[in-house]
Design a protein around this ligand. Structure first.
Ligand SMILES: Nc1ncnc2c1ncn2[C@@H]1O[C@H](COP(=O)(O)OP(=O)(O)O)[C@@H](O)[C@H]1O
Ligand SMILES: CC(=O)OP(=O)(O)O
Ligand SMILES: [Mg+2]
Length: 392
């Protein structure tokens, strides 16, 4: 029996899972959320039961200790488990990392050097790695990068039309993120279509807290909506997605905002939150149902952006077999799916209302030239699989 621990250390949470491979069975799983807030929340499910604890979790190191305490309480005893690897989600791998990588001190230094490009993510990822390496010094640690699946973007898709020295000296190019999810979901979609990955072209809509879309031709990613950082593209929970960079110059000059103010505003106070006051899609829907006009506009902007990208990526692919929804919003919110794909009938994308309400996997109408799917993502399983493949 081979077991892999996966740590997905995010900006304010640590999600983790202990997996049996190749079955994919979760022996234990849990999350430490609201790290750094006045009350943190730990939930854990193991063979000896469930743990739920509400107490402050000061930082990610404390979060990792809370995770270990939960294993001690509800099992399994990690000291008695033979871990084949610990797999870590790392968001930005830059140009250096395009495949799963064995973690060393030098690898950690490069991940740290990329923090400016993923300030919400890389520092947290690194903290998870540091603590886990201390606790499991004899187990191989593997970093699995969000950017890796997008390393195949052709130059015309990853190049920004900006001065040569920015590109040559500062690594200014498009990278793309959520690659682990796009890789897993595109592969699962091919399976649902009864094809091999090489035989289908799919558009994957990862709509979670962060959100991105990718165009995958024959298993190879050829376009994606996030860029140098996870800020470009779709409207997200707290991130603006695409805006004219002129907005930044205007606010710099007219309102005197600093670069840090602008970074904070576009990453943490924009998106659904900036439009409606809430960043969680469930809360947004409640506001809309209570007649809140700002919330309705927020949903319209969100869905309009998704629709624009679907149309654009159909043009990029030339032929599209499936449009696939995944992640928290994509998997659970029928209203967003329907709203986003409305009006695409002439492009061959025809949703079936009842199938969509039931949740899939197939939610397009019979005979729709493009199949529409709902496919749950599983970043932890994909990270575990890739980590194990590297070490064995
Ligand atoms: N049942 C649901 N109905 C509607 N939205 C949901 C549901 N479950 C989760 N979501 C939405 O999914 C989003 C979080 O997605 P998730 O993929 O978990 O994000 P992340 O991994 O980035 O934290 C939130 O906006 C949340 O409201
Ligand atoms: C890269 C990214 O946006 O990740 P998340 O959705 O977890 O914030
Ligand atoms: Mg996510």
């Amino acid at each position: 029996m081979t077991q892999v621990l996966v740590v997905n250390s995010g900006s304010s949470s640590i999600k983790y899972r202990l997996l049996d491979l190749p079955s994919g069975h979760a022996v234990a799983k849990g999350a430490v959320e609201r790290i750094g807030e006045s009350e943190g929340l730990l939930t854990h499910r193991g063979p000896a039961g469930e743990v739920e604890r509400r107490e402050p979790v000061a930082d990610h190191a404390a979060g990792m200790r809370a995770m270990l305490a939960a294993f001690a309480e509800a099992g399994p005893d990690l000291a008695a488990v033979h871990l084949a690897a610990v797999g870590h989600r790392v968001v930005h791998g830059g140009e250096r990392f395009t495949a799963p990588t064995l973690v060393t001190d030098e690898v950690c230094e490069v991940i740290a050097s990329l923090s400016d490009l993923a300030p919400l993510h890389n520092p947290a990822n690194l903290k998870g790695i540091q603590v886990a390496r201390e606790v499991f010094p004899d187990v191989p640690h593997v970093a699995v990068f969000d950017t890796a699946f997008h390393a195949t973007l052709p130059p015309h898709a990853h190049t920004y039309a900006v001065p040569r020295e920015w590109r040559a000296e500062y690594g200014v190019r498009r990278y793309g993120f959520h690659g682990t999810s796009h890789a897993y979901v595109s592969r699962m979609s091919a399976r649902l279509l009864d094809c091999g990955p090489a035989d289908v072209n799919v558009i994957v809509l990862h709509l979670g807290n962060g959100a991105s879309v990718s165009a995958v031709r024959g298993g190879v990613c050829v376009e994606t909506s996030m860029g140098l950082t996870p800020l470009e593209g779709l409207v997200m929970g707290t991130r603006s997605g695409d805006v004219d960079p002129g907005v930044i110059f205007h606010l710099r000059r007219a309102a005197g905002l600093t670069v840090d103010d602008l970074d904070d505003a576009l990453n943490r106070r924009s998106g659904l939150l900036g439009l409606s006051g809430v960043n969680d899609m469930r809360e947004l829907i409640k506001l809309i149902d209570n007649g809140d006009e700002d919330a309705r506009l927020a949903l319209d902007v969100y869905c309009h952006r998704v629709r624009k990208y679907v149309g654009a990526y159909m043009a990029v692919l030339g032929h599209t077999d499936a449009v696939v929804f995944t992640a928290g919003v994509g998997e659970n919110n029928a209203r967003v799916r329907e709203h986003a794909l409305t009006g695409l009938g002439d492009l061959g994308v025809r949703l079936d209302h009842d199938r969509n309400e039931r949740g899939g996997p197939v939610i397009s109408a019979p005979g729709s030239p493009v199949t529409v799917l709902v496919v749950p993502t599983d970043e932890e399983l994909e990270i575990a699989t890739q980590a194990l493949a590297l070490v064995s």
